[in-house]
Ligand binder design. Structure first.
Ligand code: ADP
Length: 285
């Protein structure tokens, strides 16, 4: 079989890094940066790479179970229908759920509102040996909050430095932080919302507020641009992922996660018992 990985003409980790990506207002949502293959190539490669991801995740889990402190945090941001839920189902779904700490963040509850915005985030951080996934995150506190003036500008302006320092702290404690912003075109978003309306089995996913938010697209673009400008740092990089083609965005995020796990350079824990002796005991039992 041909090595499908060669269809990556450049590493997605380089091709999608925010610093190398177009400005948000210039993003082409349909392109597949770094990947020259077709949809069927991409889908086949996703299955193959899923196995690599699962093996790396098992190693991380084993590391955590034997006292290691490393973890990975994947932050997923994107407007409604950008595919955050599908990413959890189809990418994170390829690994053992025991090793995943998943958290999603909606409108803060009464209790959450009484605390600092990072309070609920800190409580949801991945345990050692786990892949943590944030479906929305502390970035809502500089995105939706800025777009809708939920706090004054001078309050959210300070949050960028605070977020950088917070993520630095996570990294220093052993967490690899990777952040993915999924960008769907307004046309594709309309199609996906239309499908939710047309299919009774998708009505539960439809939120009338999503159509309202479409009216704030320019403000969201500006807010995302600020986030990328202020918080794409080497210790916690942002990846800008065009999301009109779901097969591509899922493949790209799989590669980004594989890269994060490979960078941990973990080894399988060595046995703390005498393997040969145990083999003998088992044979004799
Ligand atoms: P989703 O739309 O992702 O399926 P939910 O229906 O639970 O999930 O709602 C997410 C909503 O919560 C989004 O509109 C998001 O902007 C909003 N939200 C998340 N965090 C905050 C926050 N800190 N302040 C205000 N709104 C927030």
């Amino acid at each position: 079989m041909a090595d499908k990985s060669t269809q990556w003409t450049s590493s997605p980790v380089d091709a999608l890094r925010a610093a190398a990506s177009p400005r948000v207002e210039d993003i082409d949502f349909t392109v597949t940066p770094g990947f020259s293959g077709s949809k069927s190539d991409g889908t086949a490669l996703l299955a193959e790479r899923g196995e690599v991801l699962a093996a790396l995740q098992e190693k991380l889990y084993a590391h955590g179970r034997t006292g290691g402190n490393r973890s990975v945090l994947l932050v997923l941001q994107g407007m409604d229908t950008a595919g955050k839920g599908g990413m959890v189902k189809h990418v994170i779904g390829m690994v053992d759920p025991q090793g995943v700490d998943l958290a999603s963040f909606g409108v803060p509850t009464q209790e959450e509102k009484q605390h600092h915005y990072l309070w609920r985030i800190r409580k949801a951080l991945p345990r050692a040996g786990r892949i943590g996934v944030f479906d929305r995150s502390h970035y809502e506190d500089v995105l939706v909050v800025a777009v809708h003036d939920l706090v004054p500008r001078q309050v959210w302006e300070k949050r960028f430095d605070e977020i950088n320092a917070f993520e630095r702290e996570l990294v220093d404690e052993g967490t690899v932080v990777v952040k993915v912003a999924l960008f769907v075109s307004p046309e594709q978003q309309k199609k996906r919302l239309q499908e939710r309306l047309d299919r009774p089995d998708k009505h539960w996913k439809y939120n009338p507020g999503d159509v309202t938010e479409r009216g704030f697209l320019p403000q969201y673009r500006a807010a995302y641009q600020r986030v990328l400008d202020r918080t794409d740092v080497d210790h916690a990089p942002w990846f800008v992922v065009p999301a009109d083609r779901k097969w591509y965005s899922r493949l790209a995020v799989t590669e980004i996660l594989i890269d994060a796990l490979e960078k941990l350079d973990l080894q399988w824990p060595t046995a703390d018992f005498d393997v040969e002796h145990e083999k003998k005991r088992l044979a004799e039992s």
